[in-house]
Design a protein around this ligand. Structure first.
Ligand SMILES: NC(=O)c1ccc[n+]([C@@H]2O[C@H](COP(=O)([O-])OP(=O)(O)OC[C@H]3O[C@@H](n4cnc5c(N)ncnc54)[C@H](O)[C@@H]3O)[C@@H](O)[C@H]2O)c1
Length: 480
């Protein structure tokens, strides 16, 4: 049964949570008293619907239903998960959590998005503190997988277990924080960097843009893929971590940092930062900046996914869990061999899918058809495969980044060494985007010569060809 998440507070973070739940197939009940909340969430959802599916090489589950609730009670009464994302004020969080507690089912876990409060501060006046924990995400919540999971001493292991399963099922990485501490783990770094940056601007050492360049052209790239310690291990050269600490450890005692001081946020300093930030980024609206950020993150995450590294490895794990199981029966319908979205890195300068990617789509479709007749990775590892010998592609419609499509595939001929396939790449409205007729030849990977498949694969290939034999041929193939 479809599960329901109650999102209490639908701003930047609550909206991001709503998008992540909806796009992973959950229904969402949203409560936010701001009359502008519905408009804001619609805009945020449009960005998320464009961005999140592009990360995956399979389709996400069907989207859940979003309900705007007029009271908090209505939002939480049937909720399987509750995420509190109201402004960062302890009195407000206490009031909202108290109200959630009195209307939500007893067993439902309550996660708080708080950036800085400890869970033992949030649960001070709760009757059921065992079900509350901090689940602190990162903006944009629909794209970044990290969520810091911070239990209090009163949080039950059962609630932690549920939270771990729910968050993992959303493609996130719940990082369990061992001991509660103000601002958890990641925001302590961000606070340190932010303090340093404010001093550098105040003392005219650097502008906001120069500081951003110092991050994005250098260590920001390193951190996205290996973090801090693995990076520093290499900085120590062959002698590794011990050498690195011996070499740079003494510098920690030199006055390289002003970490413990905070510059006074005078009108002058604030004005300076705002002016420099306007000069740096004022030509773009926030929505435009968000779109740029999302597209860059997609490119970075997909590159890591191809390397099975960092957050990309996490995406691969999630993808394996949501990939639909193949129906291996030979039935007389075309087979959906691919269902996914066109990612940003498949498109050219004008946002259209690049011609070469059609070849990839049909090659992926052929891989899926091969797996269905038993020519899967194990079969290939055992020394047999099919090689593409010929392909005819017809391009009928343009395809854009973010567009969902599927491929309907059928066997035209499955005899001896020959496997002839026909694929139709379909838009969501069922119209045909492109077609491909493809000839694959079975080969021995030892001799590199064509040969008849092993009996089991041959049998399945013949059965599928027989099942598809009576499907009507498209006009351009008639008589072929
Ligand atoms: N902005 C970030 O980068 C970020 C990152 C991680 C966590 N957080 C945390 O997430 C929480 C929300 O931050 P945000 O940035 O989304 O703030 P925000 O101001 O964008 O959104 C807060 C929303 O809560 C609504 N709200 C106010 N009172 C409410 C009530 N009584 N019931 C329901 N909704 C109410 C507001 O109308 C607003 O839409 C904070 O605890 C913050 O520390 C923020």
């Amino acid at each position: 049964m479809t599960k329901t998440a109650a999102i209490i507070g639908g701003g930047v973070i609550g909206g991001g949570w709503a998008a992540r739940f909806l796009l992973n197939g959950w229904n969402v009940n949203l409560y936010d008293p701001d009359p502008q909340a519905a408009r804001k969430i619609t805009e945020l959802l449009a960005n998320a619907r464009y961005a999140l599916p592009m990360l995956y090489d399979v389709a996400l589950p069907p989207e859940g239903t979003l309900s705007h609730c007029s009271t908090l009670a209505a939002a939480v009464t049937d909720a399987d998960w509750i995420q509190e994302s109201v402004p960062e004020r302890l009195d407000l969080k206490h009031r909202v959590i108290g109200e959630i507690e009195s209307h939500a089912p007893r067993a439902t876990v309550i996660g708080s998005s708080t950036s800085g409060f400890r869970p033992s501060q949030l649960n001070e006046s709760m009757q059921t503190p065992d079900r509350l924990m901090v689940t602190h995400p990162f903006n944009p919540v629909y794209l970044l997988p990290l969520v810091e999971l911070v239990p209090s001493a009163k949080t039950s292991e059962a609630a932690i277990q549920i939270a771990t399963e729910v968050l993992t099922s959303l493609g996130m990485h719940p990082l369990r924080v061992r001991r509660e501490i103000d601002a958890h783990i990641a925001d302590r770094f961000l606070e340190a960097v932010w303090r340093e940056a404010l001093w550098l601007v105040r003392d005219n050492v650097a502008t906001t843009e120069e500081i951003d360049n110092a991050i994005r052209y250098g260590f920001g790239l390193r951190w996205a893929q290996m973090g801090l310690f693995e990076t520093y291990r290499m900085a120590g050269g062959e002698a590794g971590m011990r050498h690195f600490i011996e070499q740079f450890g003494p510098a920690l005692k030199w006055p390289w940092t002003r970490l413990m001081d905070v510059p006074d946020l005078t009108d002058e300093l604030i004005g300076k930062i705002v002016d420099q930030s306007d000069a740096q980024s004022g030509a773009h609206t926030i929505r435009e900046l968000e779109r740029m950020r999302d597209e860059n993150l997609i490119g970075i995450l997909r590159a890591l996914k191809a390397r099975d590294a960092g957050a990309g490895a996490l995406l691969n794990g999630h993808e394996a869990r949501i990939r639909p199981a193949r129906n291996l029966d030979a039935t007389p319908e075309p087979i959906t061999s691919v269902a996914r979205t066109v990612p940003i890195d498949w498109t050219d300068y004008n946002g259209h899918m690049n011609e070469s990617r059609y070849g990839q789509v049909f090659s992926d479709a052929a891989d899926d058809m091969m797996a269905r007749i038993g020519a899967d990775l194990d079969y290939i590892a055992a020394g047999h495969s099919f090689f593409a010998a010929d392909i005819h592609i017809r391009f009928l419609q343009e395809t854009q980044a973010g567009q969902a499509f599927s491929v309907a595939s059928r066997v035209l001929e499955g005899r001896g060494k020959k496997l002839r396939l026909y694929h139709e790449m379909l838009a969501q409205d069922g119209s045909v985007i492109a077609t491909a007729e493809q000839l694959l030849l079975h080969v021995s990977l030892k001799t590199r010569r064509s040969c008849v498949p092993l009996p089991e694969v041959l049998g399945k290939m013949q059965a599928l060809a027989a099942a598809h034999a009576d499907l009507p041929l498209p006009d351009h193939l008639e008589g072929a």
